[in-house]
Design a binder for this molecule. Structure first.
Ligand code: BES
Ligand code: MN
Ligand code: ZN
Length: 490
């Protein structure tokens, strides 16, 4: 069930009933107090206890005027205003609405110091991301109400506001779709389920789809993804979804996602406090599906190939073993130094296949690849590596804009030279355990021949342990908003 967004032109005084939310800067609030013009500005300045509200960021207060409830949410100083603050504030408005059982909030998007197109988009972002709940398994304590409508009120006649809202809605709904996939039980969201999701997207948007199963992968010699999948009762899947929004152009971007539907670590079993959230190890794959879905709904004029490389890293007598050597699709042999470094294995075969068979202009992969990236960057920023300086610069900008931020880490030849083995061509780990995230990227680089390539390690950003801003604990869908912004601008 989706929230219906209504764009309403008019001033705040035109609203006579319901719940009207005013995100407001300190300066904006001061002005109302100094010279209240309308009746209702007079009410505001007379009813609000000055010592309790001044428009500071994260302050809030409410007043009643007959059938109307006005809620002021502080944005802080105009000079320090940002889209992220507006996102956070509208996120707080959505949470507040859910708690107070307000199903139809009206939010004014006319914010001093920001154009209405930007603010309307940011408000929509905040409301859609913030009101997401994963409660399908709850039988008690369900949020008894969902948002039905979101009315965005503006005085501006800017023609771009409606499309800004629509872009945001589609993109955030796709991010929430990704979160559903992340949160779902690993025994539901297995590789076959990801295939089903991909087929449904393909059917709905008439996209070309190719799925490689066990038989095809065996025939091709994709020994790495097959090795990872061996211990699981679920067979692996390599899925290719083609969205051609600009058939006249030869340019095409491949986005690849790690789709480990549960990462037990394999025989190098993960310990308690490491294993609990590993159903989210398919976040990269889910982001690929969500991005293709959003791109198709937005009718982006870009050509995109979405690649999902999916298997379950299970433990058992059939599981692949440390020390053994497998032959990759590229022909390179890989010694398994650690069965828990499985993401790079499924991605390696996917990179090889994609580069060879689809010849994309560039490749961007997203993967919950290493715990080391969480050590380096925490859960605020994703690690970025690669050979494609142009894409990485654009992705950085898109990250700042969407607040799905990325930070470039080095990938010098010295690191790549460390990817070696005594018994095979390369090993999937370096035993020193230093520079863990870079070594993950260095391993992947061995499977890219000449295509400009970017790797984004989302192990930290894909999941939050605790509620933060407009996110509930759990999956964040990190990557969809980043990639859609990147694709739109490149
Ligand atoms: N899926 C994990 C990485 C991960 C950690 C994702 C925390 C999300 C949160 C990955 O497959 C993994 O286990 N990596 C190992 C690599 C090591 C064996 C070289 C790690 O980070 O310990
Ligand atoms: Mn692992
Ligand atoms: Zn993993």
């Amino acid at each position: 069930m989706s929230i219906k967004v209504i764009l309403k032109e008019g001033s705040t005084t035109s609203v006579k009933s319901g719940d009207l939310f005013l995100p407001i800067t300190e300066e904006q609030y001061k002005k109302i107090n100094a010279s209240p013009k309308t009746d209702y500005e007079k009410e505001i300045s007379s009813k609000i206890v000055k010592s309790q509200f001044s428009g500071k960021f994260e302050q809030q207060t409410s007043i009643h005027i007959k059938n109307l409830r006005i809620h002021l949410f502080g944005l802080g100083k105009e000079k320090k205003l940002s889209t992220e603050k507006v996102r956070k504030t509208s996120g707080a408005i959505a949470n507040y609405s859910l708690i107070l059982k307000i199903s139809d909030p009206i939010i004014c998007s006319d914010i001093h110091g920001m154009d209405s197109t930007t603010s309307a988009g940011a408000i929509t972002d905040g409301v859609f991301l913030s009101s997401y709940r994963f409660d399908k398994y709850k039988t008690e304590d369900k949020e008894s109400i969902k948002l039905k409508t979101l009315t965005i009120l503006t005085n501006s006649k800017d023609k771009n506001i409606a499309s800004s809202i629509k872009n945001s809605q589609i993109t955030c709904e796709s991010a929430n779709y990704v979160r559903d996939l992340q949160m779902e039980n690993a025994d539901v969201a297995n590789p076959l389920y990801l295939e089903k999701q991909a087929r449904a997207i393909a059917k709905k948007h008439k996209l070309k789809i190719k799925v490689l199963g066990e038989k095809e992968l065996t025939k091709l010699g994709a020994g790495l993804i097959l090795a990872v999948a061996r211990g699981s009762k679920y067979p692996p899947r390599m899925i290719f979804l083609e969205y051609n929004g600009n058939p006249k152009s030869k340019d095409k971007t491949a986005i690849l996602g790690k789709g480990i539907t549960f990462d037990s670590g394999g025989l190098n079993l993960k310990p308690t406090k490491g294993i609990e959230t590993m159903r989210e190890d398919m976040s990269g794959a889910a982001v690929v599906l969500g991005t293709i879905k959003a791109a198709a709904e937005l009718k982006l004029k870009r050509n995109i190939i979405g690649v999902v490389s999916s298997a379950e890293n299970a433990i058992g007598t059939a599981a692949y073993k440390p020390g053994d050597i497998f032959k990759s699709l590229s022909g390179k042999t890989v010694e398994i130094g650690n069965t828990d470094a499985e993401g790079r294995l499924v991605l390696a075969d996917a990179l090889t296949y994609t580069e060879k068979n689809y010849k994309p202009t560039r490749m961007i992969d997203l993967a919950t690849l290493t715990g080391a990236v969480v050590v380096a960057l925490g859960d605020y920023v994703a690690g970025m590596f690669g050979t494609d300086d142009k894409a990485m610069a654009s992705l950085f900008n898109s990250g700042e804009k969407t607040y799905e931020r990325v930070w470039k880490l080095p990938l010098h030849q010295d690191y790549i030279d460390e990817v070696k083995s005594n018994t095979a061509d390369i090993n999937n780990i370096n035993y020193s355990r230093r520079a863990g995230s870079i070594m993950g990227a260095a391993f992947l680089s061995k499977f890219v021949e000449k295509t400009p390539w970017t790797h984004i390690d989302i192990a930290g950003t894909s999941w939050l342990e605790e509620e933060r801003g407009y996110y509930q604990p759990g999956g964040t869908g990190f990557g969809v908003r980043l990639l859609i912004d990147y694709l739109r601008n490149n």
